[in-house]
Ligand binder design. Structure first.
Ligand code: RB5
Length: 151
């Protein structure tokens, strides 16, 4: 799988660990930075990974900042992105199965590297269940595209 990864200055070390882990699992990782611990604005890499996912340049995305919140918000501004912050493997798995998330985010100040790897592993191993969930994903797209939701 081709996976885009992005982070801010707070998450350089954890990004490196996750990137290596993904590569060891056989994935191709596209690194959208930053690779510097100089202060870096998370919307830059969040938006870059979001665009890459929405355009199909990568299959899925992983985003890491201090909490995972800011960088996931940036990605979610891109049409077609469904990014969520997950601090536990259960939420990560269900976010794929029920919500068809295409980007996972977490916080370098929140989770340790072992937990982060577990979160990513559970997320990648899961797949969208479709069925009743597909209707709800379509509803999310409708809100995104029209700022309306038909009853
Ligand atoms: C940077 O200090 C911090 O605000 C950022 O990493 C992130 O947690 C934002 O959501």
């Amino acid at each position: 799988m081709k996976i885009g990864i992005g982070n801010d200055h707070v998450a350089v070390e954890l990004k490196g660990i996750i990137k290596k882990h993904l590569e060891e699992l056989g994935h191709e990782v596209v690194d959208f930075g930053t690779n510097s611990t100089e202060r870096f604005d998370y919307p830059v890499s969040g938006f870059a990974v979001g665009k890459a996912v929405a355009a199909g340049d990568v299959d899925l995305g992983v985003l890491i900042c201090g909490t995972g919140v800011g960088i996931s918000l940036a990605a979610n501004k891109v049409h077609g992105v469904r990014a969520c912050v997950c601090s536990d493997p259960y939420t990560a798995k269900l976010s794929r199965e029920h919500n068809d998330t295409n980007i996972i985010a977490f916080g370098a100040r929140v989770v340790g590297s072992e937990l982060a790897m577990m979160i990513v592993d559970e997320w990648l191993a899961a797949s969208f269940e479709g069925g009743r969930h597909a209707k709800r994903i379509a509803m999310l797209a409708e809100i995104e595209e029209t700022q309306e939701l038909r009853a």
